[in-house]
Design a protein around this ligand. Structure first.
Ligand code: ATP
Length: 649
């Protein structure tokens, strides 16, 4: 019997039961109540000897009449051949207190018996079971679904949300990833194992059960796991840590169980748990007890212990917060292999850009190498986004091909956000222009700073009223003290310009102050760059893997804390003074650049260099030229016809 037939049999039996209950407990009492007669009629019929049988109940009496001659009417083809109304064979009467009833029945020689009143049971059913019925139905549905009942739907809590894709169907291979060479090498072994487990089993070799991919967001961890499944040609189960844990207690653990059950059936395969920190958070460090998360984690640990890798299930997890993971997850036998997926290097960025622009019609001017050079710190996801934005911009301007300008604007969008159309008042525009010019000029004149690419006073959707875009050209692994100080001076140069020109600072520098102060704090407490405090670490170990943010140690004396504050203040003030000094020295350039900026709204780094040349009559310091200068705009119709144009923008 198949599943469908089994269900129909059940439905039929339930329907039969309901029909019986209805007939016996509802329809019959109802019909009886319709044939109700007065007690006096009952007594009269009893005395006349017309009654054959009596049933006594607590509240009513039913009785059957003896057959009369009328009932012996001829029947032809099921039709009674008489139009005389037939009296009901069974009658009912409300029982009134009658101490002589039994005597009457005996003297009338009538068979009688007492029976339990059925309406009592009906009342009980209605009164007790009916209110419970909705609860019973809900309980039944939840129970069925927690045990992995069929189908989806809102009650399908216990079922794992893992999307199963066939490995071949993920369609992802290592050739679709760029800049992950090292991670790829580490995964090769696991792929080989999934492809040919017998080779490994022959030597009794055991593979790591779990592989943890650790790295910043958007570096391609998910893509790597998919590529591993794609290369091995095995099914790929994808689930996010947060979807294990929902509002119902016990659901997370049930889902883990279900996921592993599904996976074992499809072995060899890869289970990928994204954001594993959502369930794998250290139990020791959680301040409030979250028993649901703990149950889920315990179930995961138990499941990982419960199978061996020879069964062909490999678990991969991804996180960008490895420091908060429970140690039990990281011990050998669980996620014992960690693979770092880092931000791509220049070479990696070039590979990623090639992958994401492969299907785009690129203009000859587009130099992917130059784009890779000016995008240090960008993740694979950022680069994919840039390629897509550039394509969208090209479509919007109805061009045939994607140009360097599209890429340039796309990078700007990713870094600064979309431009806002709200116009600034002339006074605010002037202040913003001087503020941004301050940043740009100090970046031009101080050594050890990144070249200025563009300055704009067009507000952005990220909330900035203007921005100065610098472009670092190298992946930075080490930064010297002088360089840090120069960076701080650039950060505070906007404020320095405001002080110089308007004699008072504005609120616009709050973010600059925050960044400069944080840099100074790290110089003092982490990098030992304060002569007065010496080469000592005063910061706690970094709490988060990526931000590097840390707090001061809590065992420091108040005198040390005061000294730290003093040193931070000295460094920040020194940076502001240094910026102010540069701007005072080049004040004429400051005013001219601010004027042009107010006129044009956005100017490039090379525009600024031109202005320096024009105003000071000397070449600006060329310590770090812009590696991807904004290309010259095509001449306008007016220019092409030799007409002069007003502004230099
Ligand atoms: P998160 O930590 O936020 O979950 P992730 O590291 O898992 O991110 P993915 O989801 O794998 O990142 O990547 C997001 C997108 O970025 C991919 O779909 C792909 O388009 C692009 N991408 C990221 N890294 C690479 C790479 N190395 N090569 C090619 N494309 C990449």
């Amino acid at each position: 019997m198949n599943k469908g037939q089994k269900f129909s049999t059940w439905y039929f039996l339930i329907a039969l039961l309901l029909a019986w209950l209805f007939a016996d407990y509802i329809y019959k009492p109802y019909m009886e109540s319709r044939s109700e007669v007065p007690y006096s009629d009952f007594l009269a019929e009893l005395e006349s000897g017309a009654i054959a049988e009596v049933n006594l109940m607590d509240s009513r009496i039913t009785y059957a009449l003896k057959p009369t001659s009328v009932d012996k009417r001829p029947i032809v083809g099921g039709i009674i051949l008489s139009n005389k109304p037939q009296s009901p064979a069974v009658k009912s009467v409300v029982r009134i207190p009658d101490p002589f009833l039994v005597e009457r029945l005996l003297s009338a020689d009538v068979a009688f018996s007492g029976i339990a009143e059925k309406s009592d049971l009906l009342d009980m059913l209605m009164g007790v079971l009916l209110p419970l019925l909705p609860l019973l139905i809900i309980w039944y549905l939840i129970f069925r679904n927690m045990r992995g009942g069929s189908g989806g739907g809102i009650f399908n809590f216990g079922r794992s949300r893992a999307r199963e894709l066939q490995g071949e169907m993920t369609g992802v291979h290592f050739k679709d990833l760029g800049g992950v060479g090292e991670a790829e090498v580490e995964l090769r072994e696991i792929i080989d194992f999934l492809k040919e487990p017998e080779r490994y089993n022959k030597f009794g070799a055991k593979l790591p059960k779990g592989v943890l991919l650790v790295g910043p967001p958007g570096t391609g961890k998910t893509l790597l796991a998919k590529a591993a499944a794609g290369e091995a040609g095995v099914p790929f189960f994808f689930i996010t840590g947060s979807s294990f844990v929902e509002m119902f207690v016990g659901v997370g653990a049930a889902r883990v169980r279900d996921l592993f059950e599904q996976a074992k059936k499809k072995a060899p395969c890869i289970i990928f748990v994204d954001e594993i920190d959502a369930i794998g958070q250290s139990r020791a460090h959680t301040i409030s007890s979250n028993s649901e998360q703990e149950n889920t984690l315990n179930q995961l640990l138990a499941e990982m212990d419960g199978f061996n890798t020879n069964s062909g299930v490999v678990i991969m997890g991804a996180t960008n917060r490895p420091e908060i993971l429970d140690q039990a997850l990281l011990r050998p036998g669980r996620f014992d292999r960690q693979i770092q997926v880092v931000l791509p290097t220049e070479e990696g960025r070039l590979e990623i850009l090639k992958i994401h622009t492969a299907s785009l019609p690129l203009d000859d001017s587009v130099d992917l190498k130059a784009i890779a050079k000016v995008t240090p710190g960008f993740s694979g996801a950022d680069l994919a986004n840039i390629a897509n934005e550039a394509a969208l911009l090209a479509v919007r301007r109805k061009a045939e091909k994607v140009s360097t300008t599209d890429f340039d604007l796309a990078i700007e969008r990713v870094v600064a956000g979309l431009q806002r159309k709200t116009p600034l008042t002339p006074e605010v525009r002037r202040k913003v222009a001087y503020h941004e010019t301050g940043h740009a000029l100090v970046a031009c004149f101080l050594p050890g700073t990144d070249p200025v690419h563009k300055v704009s006073i067009i507000p952005t959707a990220k909330g900035a009223l203007g921005y100065t875009m610098q472009r670092s050209t190298e992946d930075q692994y080490l930064v010297g003290e002088t360089e840090l100080k120069s960076r701080m001076a650039v950060m505070l140069a906007g404020r320095a310009a405001e002080l110089l020109v308007f004699s008072e600072p504005s609120t616009g520098a709050s973010n600059d102050l925050e960044r400069a102060t944080e840099t100074a704090r790290r110089m003092v407490t982490e990098f030992g760059m304060s002569a007065r405090l010496g080469p000592v670490r005063y910061a706690m170990p970094a709490m988060t893997y990526l931000s590097g943010a840390s707090e001061n140690r809590d065992d420091l004396g108040s005198d040390i804390m005061d000294l730290i504050d003093e040193e931070i203040r000295a460094l920040v003030s020194e940076a502001q003074e240094s910026a102010k000094g540069v701007l005072e020295e080049h004040e004429a350039v400051l005013h001219e650049v601010a004027r042009v900026l107010q006129e044009c709204e956005a100017i490039t780094g090379s525009d600024i260099q031109d202005i320096i040349r024009r105003v000071e009559g000397v070449d600006p310091p060329d310590h770090n030229p812009d590696p991807l200068p904004i290309p010259e705009a095509a001449p306008t119709e007016q220019e092409a016809q030799g007409e002069p144009h007003g502004a230099s923008c």
